[in-house]
Design a protein around this ligand. Structure first.
Ligand code: ATP
Length: 250
């Protein structure tokens, strides 16, 4: 479980996050949604420690991450898997080398143990045998899957994903969502996903936090979102005619 308490983040004069509190449960897909520039990525970065919040605290399973120094954070950092936009693979490394990277950095496992783990993760994302390919030889969806394999290589307790569907066609997007959903459930990971994708919201949104004007404007599940009377959330989620028509059938 991850708890964030009263998170503020200011860049110069720009107060982006204005006191956000939320709880992200273990084994659930927790989605952060909101308009462009509403602070979703900033919030994600504040949670993982890529940004320091201007004010507020982040707890990983009751441990106060915010007050820890760099060294104290290491044990928690090693339990965090991240999949950021564009998969962030190392282009000069093969698929296998990309997945081995965190294992080489953070574990004392033997080479064969690390290879076994890399192969297991590749199998888990349906990329068995693609070890020696380079990122440039992969499709966007395959790159995402390699990114997921790398993110789960360290058996994370916490998984952070920024825009998993960007640049993917609708079918591949659903495959990626299903994979994240399965892994979250199977390994009881606390997963936090930033997304714009309404299919993801409706498909895997166990818990959704909607940001608006730097605040948590609404939270609830994908079942509840269809029946909310929150105007800004409705305007955001059901912006298209298609979604409005779909809503009337929910
Ligand atoms: N490192 C930074 N320095 C200064 N301002 C920043 C920085 N990172 C983000 N911002 C500002 O914070 C605001 C929110 O940006 P953020 O990327 O968090 O929004 P977002 O909701 O993720 O947007 P999008 O959906 O377009 O990716 C923007 O006004 C942005 O310019």
């Amino acid at each position: 479980m991850i708890e964030i308490k009263d998170i503020f983040k200011t860049f110069g004069e720009n107060e982006v996050l204005k006191g956000i509190s939320a709880t992200f449960q273990t084994g659930k897909n927790n989605l952060i949604i909101g308009g462009s520039g509403s602070g979703k990525t900033t919030l994600l970065k504040c949670i993982v420690g890529l940004h320091e919040p201007t004010k507020g605290e982040v707890f990983f399973d009751d441990e106060n991450f915010t007050t820890m120094d760099f060294t104290q954070r290491v044990p928690i950092r090693t339990q965090i898997g991240m999949l950021f936009q564009n998969s962030a693979l190392f282009d000069s490394m093969t698929v296998e080398e990309n997945i081995l990277f965190p294992l080489n950095l953070f574990t004392n496992q033997s080479q064969s143990e690390k290879l076994d783990r890399a192969n297991f993760c590749l199998e888990r994302v349906n990329l068995t045998g693609k070890n020696k390919l380079y990122p440039s030889e992969l499709s966007g969806g395959m790159k995402k899957r390699v990114g997921i394999a790398r993110a789960i290589s360290m058996q994370p307790k916490y998984l952070f994903v920024d825009e998993p569907n960007s640049g993917l066609d609708p079918q591949t997007s659903i495959l990626i969502d299903d994979l994240i959903n399965e892994l979250t459930d199977e390994y009881k990971i606390t997963t936090v996903i930033v997304t714009h994708d309404m299919n993801s919201v409706m498909g895997i949104g166990d818990h959704i936090v909607f940001l608006h004007q730097g605040k948590k404007w609404w939270e609830g599940s994908n079942k509840e979102i269809a029946h909310t009377d929150n105007k800004e959330l409705n305007d955001f989620v059901f912006a298209s005619k298609f979604m409005q028509a779909a809503k009337s059938k929910l």
